[in-house]
Ligand binder design. Structure first.
Ligand code: C2E
Ligand code: MG
Ligand code: MG
Length: 723
């Protein structure tokens, strides 16, 4: 029963072969090949074509050529004089054809008849052959018909229906592709050997189940709906499906699904032809690797770098972001390979790649683009100048010799940087400009880097000079702490002070922390600076204590970068060293720390509070944290940012914001300090709102420790005056 279905679906699929793509075509190709093979075998057993016979009017053979001899096996001697009927295989065919021809020739004056019929003839050995006849009249010189000439072509014997079914079934069974046939109820009715080989399921485990047997679970509902629709006759479907073998392994398969309909158009069966393409997939993945990665270092190659960079550039055009491309050219590699061999040279390159990768952050793309050139795409940098910091970091990994194969090897390097969108907006230009800059930098004897644009070089230089000078500022004692008093809006007394860092630059004079703190944050120098500030504040507090001065708490600013798990321990050590109580030091932090808001941060804050320190949130309102969000953090003081205070009491918005902050903070029982208060009007407004403290030029600028000391000794107070 299902063999008939197979035969039918193969016949149908032959019609559809144009549309159905490779999988089906290749099964049909194997069908054709098998048929051709069968025919070839059949024909090889037959004599060559083009046998010629001559008959007289009565049907007796008067002529017999070599072709006839070869076809039938009779010699001319044996055949001539015999009636043509002796060659007929079927008795009932009689002399009809010859008679018909004579009749037509006489009635319609047609002297020829060809290709009309295929008939069966019997050879001397008893075999049946199929031949096609071409008949023509033979006339004598006077034009009278004297007989006929018969030309016989052997033709392929059509396969019997049963043979055909058997052949098709055998081809399906022998096909390399898995075949799965289901009935109208989606129950599997037939599979072939390849199905079992690919999936591991035997016919007895399969017949009667649904194709869900092979379901891997990786496809989404949409995809499954497409496949089901194909099985319900929406038309042939071809695609890749991840299947699951009996042993649980997933495998990619290339599948063609078609439905078979009966005469009434009802679907009787569906069939799927599939091949296991896991081998191709593996090869594809290998090819992908070869096309996109450097075979020596395993890093992305220029092709992949360009692709990733192009993606980032497209994105950057939309978002207005910027970034940089850097090329690092390694020198002395040739000399090392020449003296120590290529293996060492190669191992050295791999080691450099490893060092660079370690120094970079995850989103940075590191590629090897040429024999001695690495390229780095910095796709997420806050400022273009930061590329200089990365360049320095990479160059410094090569400043000491690298240990490779028992040798200690020193290479040289130079880096070039192009930034986007300023220098270019496509990957070939950016890589080229970075290479140009690297070549320029290579002219320096020392490892160095250059930006492609002169302006960027200036900015980077300034940045670097600041960094170098800041480092020596620490060593040369150019730093100082100033103190800005905080006064109570109830009593007018000094109730605290904020320690603010000052840099007394030998040439430039007093440098504002607004200028050097960002540089210190970027370079990591802020950690050293922060430690210095803590140390100095504690030293000062201790000195005041020793002088028997009653000091209010001194607030110290902390950078987010200082906020690590070691911070409580570091502070404890400093406090202990100077014998200062935790209550005497307050810490000011900024909102950026809260926005990241990890449990880690809360944990550190809790530890600090547990030590007895108070935390103030600085510049409140400039970040993103909502007041409700603040509840999560153990913060005792809110400092309203100067930008809101400036507009008081005239700017409606600023007034509304200040009012909202104060109201909420009161509910959270937090103290409120207004920063940057410069006028009596601002003060009056804030005081009326219920603000607790004020810090600003109205009372005092930040002053030296000595000045602050005398201010306290004087008992200086804020005068509320009249409005
Ligand atoms: P901040 O912590 O918000 O400090 C307040 C800033 O506002 C100080 O600027 C102060 O001089 C200024 N200021 C105070 N009252 C007024 C006023 O009435 N009018 C105006 N126009 N300004 C006023 P400064 O000292 O230049 O510090 C700037 C920022 O630098 C500080 O802002 C703080 O974020 C940072 N900073 C200062 N010292 C340190 C430090 O030791 N460590 C860290 N991490 N950052 C610091
Ligand atoms: Mg502050
Ligand atoms: Mg502030």
């Amino acid at each position: 029963m299902h063999e008939a279905a197979i035969a039918r679906c193969l016949a149908l699929s032959r019609q559809a072969r144009e549309q159905q793509g490779e999988a089906l075509a290749s099964t049909l190709a194997s069908l054709d090949a098998a048929l051709a093979e069968a025919q070839a075998a059949h024909l090889a057993a037959l004599p060559a074509p083009d046998a010629l016979l001559e008959l007289d009017l009565a049907g007796y053979l008067t002529g017999w050529n070599a072709g006839a001899e070869q076809l039938f096996g009779y010699s001319a001697q044996e055949a001539l004089g015999q009636h043509v009927l002796f060659l007929y295989a079927d008795e009932d065919e009689g002399g009809d054809i010859a008679e018909l021809f004579f009749q037509q020739a006489q009635e319609q004056g047609q002297p020829q008849m060809s290709g009309v019929t295929e008939v069966r003839r019997r050879t001397k050995s008893g075999d049946i052959v199929w031949v096609r006849l071409a008949l023509s009249l033979r006339r004598d010189e006077g034009g009278d018909t004297i007989g006929m000439l018969v030309r016989l072509h052997t033709v392929q014997e059509p396969l019997a229906e049963a043979d055909k079914l058997q052949l098709h079934a055998r081809i399906i069974e022998d096909s390399d592709q898995g075949v799965l046939i289901t009935d109208a109820n989606e129950r599997i009715v037939s599979i072939n050997g390849a199905f079992t080989r690919i999936t591991g399921y035997l016919p007895e485990e399969t017949i009667g189940s649904t194709p869900d047997l092979l379901r891997s679970g990786v496809h989404d509902a949409d995809f499954r709906a497409q496949v089901r629709a194909a099985m319900r006759g929406s038309g042939p479907w071809r695609g890749e499906i991840i299947g699951k073998r009996k042993n649980g392994e997933l495998f990619p398969q290339s599948v063609t699904i078609s439905a078979v309909r009966d005469h009434a158009g009802q679907i009787t069966h569906t069939f799927s032809l599939f091949s296991d393409i896991s081998v191709h997939k593996d090869a594809e993945a290998r090819m992908q690797r070869m096309a996109n990665y450097d075979s020596l270092t395993g890093l992305p190659n220029q092709c992949l770098l360009s692709q990733l960079l192009d993606q980032a550039l497209t994105e950057a055009r939309r978002t207005g972001e910027h970034g940089a491309v850097m090329v690092v050219e390694i020198s002395r590699l040739g000399a090392i390979s020449d003296t120590l061999g290529h293996d060492i040279g190669n191992a050295l390159l791999c080691e450099i790649g490893r060092q660079f990768r370690q120094a970079l952050r995850d989103p940075d793309v590191l590629a090897r683009i040429d024999g001695n050139k690495f390229a780095i795409a910095l796709l997420q940098i806050e400022k273009r100048e930061h590329a200089a910091i990365v360049a320095q970091k990479l160059l410094s990994t090569l400043s000491t010799p690298l240990a490779v194969g028992g040798h200690s090897l020193q290479v040289g390097a130079s880096a070039g940087i192009a930034v986007y969108p300023e220098d270019g907006s496509d990957s070939p230009s950016l890589i080229h400009f970075a290479e140009v800059a690297a070549a320029r930098a290579a002219k320096n004897l020392e490892p160095s880097f250059l930006f492609y644009s002169e302006e960027m070089n200036q900015r980077a230089k300034e940045h670097l000079r600041m960094e170098t000078e800041l480092r020596s500022a620490l060593a040369l004692d150019q730093l100082e702490l100033y103190y800005q008093p905080k006064v109570s809006l109830r009593s007018g007394r000094i109730v605290g002070a904020e320690a603010l860092l000052r840099w007394r630059h030998p040439v430039r004079g007093m440098v504002s922390p607004g200028v050097f703190i960002p540089v210190a944050e970027e370079t990591g120098l802020i950690l050293d600076l922060g430690n210095w500030v803590l140390e100095e504040a504690c030293r000062q507090v201790r000195a005041w204590k020793d002088a028997n001065l009653m000091m209010p708490p001194i607030a110290v600013n902390l950078s987010a970068r200082q906020f690590d798990t070691q911070l409580p321990a570091r502070i404890t050590a400093v406090l202990a060293r100077h014998d200062v109580l935790p209550e005497q030091i307050m810490l000011e932090i900024t909102e950026s720390l809260l926005v990241g808001g990890s449990d880690n941060v809360i944990g550190i804050m809790n530890a600090l509070v547990a030590m007895g320190m108070a935390l103030a949130l600085d510049d409140f309102g400039t970040g993103y944290s909502s007041l409700a969000y603040l509840k999560k953090f153990p913060i005792s003081t809110l400092k309203i940012d100067r930008s809101f205070v400036t507009g008081l009491p005239h700017e409606e918005n600023d007034c509304a914001i200040a009012r909202a902050i104060v109201t909420m903070a009161q509910q959270l029982r937090q103290e409120i300090v207004a920063e940057g208060v410069e006028t009596p009007e601002q003060m009056a407004f804030l005081r009326e709102l219920g603000c607790d403290q004020l810090q600003g030029y109205l009372f005092s600028q930040p002053v030296s420790a000595a000045e602050f000391e005398s201010m306290l000794k004087e008992g200086r107070r804020l005068s509320f005056g009249s409005r």
